[in-house]
Design a binder for this molecule. Sequence first.
Ligand code: SF4
Ligand code: SF4
Length: 516
Amino acid sequence: MADFDIGNQLHRFPGGLKLRHHKQIACREPLRPAPLPSRLVLPLAQHQGPAGELLVEVGDRVAGGQPLTRARGDREVPIHAPTSGTVVGLDDVEVAWPPGGRAPGVLLEPDGEDRFDRSDRPADWKSEAPDALIECLRTGGLAGLGGAMFPTAAKLRGPFPPIRALILNGSECEPYISCDEMLMRERPAAIVEGARILARAIGAEEVVIAIEDQMGAVRKELNAAIRATDPDVPVRVVQVTTIYPEGGEKQLIQVLTGQEVPHDGLPQDLGLVCLNVATAAAARDIVVDGRPVVERIVTVSGPGIARPCNLVARLGTPVAALIEAAGGTTGPIDRLVLGGPMSGLPLASDRVTITKGSNCILALRQEDTARRQPVMPCINCGECVRVCPASLLPQTLFKHLAAEDYEEARDLNLFDCIECGCCAHVCPSHIPLVDHYRHGKGVLRERGIEDARAELARARFEAREQRLTEREAERQRKREQRERKLRDADAAKDEVRAAIERARARARGGSTGDGE
Ligand code: SF4
Ligand code: SF4
């Protein structure tokens, strides 16, 4: 295992930006639940990967926590009913990405009773086998709640080298987003217990919770929670300097260890697993309470929101309902963003609903956006290269993508781009660089899917040809067998006939002429 400290000395990652964080405006009031809307709209795939298998039909009455889909492998994550009610539709529903896009989903009308079924859970997780814990998290619908929505079971299940440390990411370094800070303030014990469960699941020797250096109160809360639980695995809190995008998995690992996750490798190759603090709290809720992932904390903020706050929203709640719960808007909104101002997705409408990865709704007025500024040609100033935390050449990537030379962009490590938005933020020509990268990745993924489909079709064709050839050979073999049998039968009949002839000849007193 690589020899390095974790968090005892802090390091730097390349590039990055110091930004005004604007977080406190949404932290003035405590967490509160968002009202249940009259209809929940739940996309089937709320994670990276294919949707699970649908388990319900229109008209079904369901209890809160009941699975609506079933995962057939670690890359699929089930969704569960966020409350009790009736399935009133199975339809394509509006999703955040691509803007204006639609995907299969379930429409659920709450019955107002909010009745919950607890899912199966271990009697005592401390004596549960690691595999059983991972299975419990998988069926509980856990995907990375930091925003990436990567299926957690796929991240926890090996094979990989022994895991030295679980790193919990509490350093949400993007302006405005404060859902993790509020979670750490209000549910530190849940995070610490979840961390211990996850550490047991992967056999980690220790847990390091990384928070920003501006979160002094959070540190105290977490340390008190650590002291109040069994010291089965050491858990430490480390404060990191607030610089964007420190909350990126690879960047945080570099800051804490000085190690770079290899370009085509994973943190697990360094003996590390990195998860968001909200993922740890949700792991605890699944394993201890038998409550699958049915809600999440969402920051509703920005200059366009009347009362910025953090709300606990059931999955499937429309963005419009959350804005209303935050006191509505301060006036006309120019841009609604899902996520932060740097890496968030512009929303095509406020009908889009909250999914497992929705950490922030940001409402910006016209004076807050630079969108109206005209896009100019690239002047090769190199500013984007200077700030790129992934050590890429953003302007070169952009030029290839603008020329639809997607393969060249891929060879220049387009997929290492974490879509942090630093390059677009500093670009004096106002080029929407990240939009180009997202589009390019989408095209390449689509081509990858097309290639995979073509490969599958070819393999199926070859297998069919092989089957037909084998079937024909088998038919031929049986035909020859039958003919041989017929020939043998004819020969036997000839022999019998000859024997009868000989017998008759003998009876007539003549000779058969065959050896007598
Ligand atoms: S910052 Fe903008 S103008 Fe400057 S090199 Fe990069 S893409 Fe070109
Ligand atoms: S968006 Fe991608 S290319 Fe631009 S700075 Fe971030 S990682 Fe680099």
